[in-house]
Design a protein around this ligand. Structure first.
Ligand SMILES: Cc1cc2nc3c(=O)[nH]c(=O)nc-3n(C[C@H](O)[C@H](O)[C@H](O)COP(=O)(O)O)c2cc1C
Length: 366
């Protein structure tokens, strides 16, 4: 194992520092955060969900508004950085296909796509140079994507992000499994995905990138030693000056303890990890928070039966109205104790990881 961090190579796209900042909707990871990460040599990700708030609320052309904002975000990022910036597009997004087309047209470096199986991603992205990265939470999902993409499109993913149960946001596990801790650790899921990559004869060619609960250089080094080519992290990037959410959101992260974390059922049909705000306490008590909606932003949400609007609750979060918010967070949020710059965070992670990689390893059985 080399002592210096090797770049992450995604189908010829080189990310000098093998840390990807994970996509965070709604308006948590916008171009300002993604650019700051890219300018430090990492991979920045703009979250494609919930960008069209202004016109969406005018109820004129919500899809058009979202697509226009997505285009602007990518253009801003490309104008501000020569580094690597991609877009996270949830499969559950109501206008998934349009968002993928726009991202490819604007020549973003990569699309990371989960919250559902991105089985048709190559079709929607056809003709572009954007690298395609599915996000999976099991070896089985990885296998299904590999099998389907090869059979239907004669392509394979450029990389795979493996998101485990400790991540923030919507999670690819069953609610009951999560609350009873009956979920495999990220290490085991990554090992399963590495087996799939090997079965397709692409070991060492398709990078595997774990995410969820990776906090410091020790964690990064551990995953690199276990076969990861890089890591994806998100929670730590929220508490940076460059993250565009209101300060109240960041301060809530700094103040959070274990008791402040809850798993809720999102109207999308997936569970999610969040801070226990006043709003979330209502949801946990099975209260319904009525809302009106003439635009289904996420497939799987039925506004007539959904107990609350996840988009409104996430807009409230990014604006700092925490009493009415769902504030997604990773399980490591209690460890957060300050707000720093992206450069400080990236430098700290690189130094810690390299120190850890240089440290002698205990000999097995010794
Ligand atoms: C506030 C927040 C919002 C998120 N939103 C999204 C999203 O829109 N799409 C997605 O695929 N993942 C989303 N995630 C998951 C992250 O991209 C990332 O994979 C995960 O949080 C990594 O775990 P960590 O936060 O422990 O580092 C979100 C995470 C957080 C904390």
């Amino acid at each position: 194992m080399p002592e210096r961090l090797a770049p992450l190579n995604i189908g010829g796209l080189e990310i000098k520092v093998p840390i990807i900042q994970g996509g965070m909707g709604v308006k948590v990871s916008t171009s300002s955060l993604a650019v700051a990460v890219a300018n430090c040599g990492g991979g920045g990700t703009i979250a494609g969900v919930g960008l069209g708030e202004v016109i969406e609320h005018d109820r004129i052309d919500p899809i058009g508004a979202s697509i226009k904002s997505l285009r602007e975000e990518i253009r801003q990022a490309k104008a501000a950085s020569d580094g690597v910036v991609g877009v996270n597009i949830m499969v559950a997004l109501g206008h998934y296909q349009e968002a993928v087309r726009t991202t490819v047209e604007e020549k973003a470096d990569f699309i990371a796509s989960g919250a559902g199986l991105p089985l048709r991603l190559p079709e929607y992205a056809e003709g572009g140079t954007t690298k395609l990265i599915p996000i999976v939470s099991s070896g089985r999902a990885a296998d299904l994507i590999f099998k389907t993409w090869r059979k239907r499109y004669d392509v394979l993913p450029d990389a795979v992000i493996v998101e485990g149960p400790l991540a923030g946001g919507h999670l690819g596990f069953k609610y009951d499994q999560l609350v009873s801790s009956q979920v495999p650790p990220l290490e085991d899921i990554m090992a399963d995905v590495l087996v799939v990559v090997e079965e397709y004869g692409t070991k060492g060619k398709i990078p595997v990138i774990p995410a969820g609960g990776i906090y410091d250089g020790k964690d990064i080094a551990r995953f690199l030693r276990a076969g990861a080519a890089g890591v994806q992290m998100a929670t730590r990037f929220v508490v940076t000056h460059e993250c565009s959410v209101d300060d109240a959101f960041k301060k809530a992260y700094v103040a959070a303890t274990e008791d402040d974390i809850a798993i809720i059922k999102s109207p999308v049909g997936l569970p999610g990890r969040t801070l226990k705000t006043a709003f979330v306490k209502k949801i946990l008590a099975s209260e319904r928070v009525p809302f009106s909606c003439d635009y289904i932003c996420l497939r799987g949400c039925d506004p007539t039966t959904a107990p609350y609007c996840i988009a409104d609750a996430m807009f409230a979060a990014c604006h700092g109205d925490l009493d009415n918010a769902v504030v997604f967070c990773g399980s490591n949020v209690p460890r957060i104790d300050k707000i720093v710059s992206v450069k400080e965070l990236m430098d700290e992670l690189v130094v810690e990881t390299e120190k850890e990689l240089a440290a002698p390893q205990p000999v097995a059985g010794g």
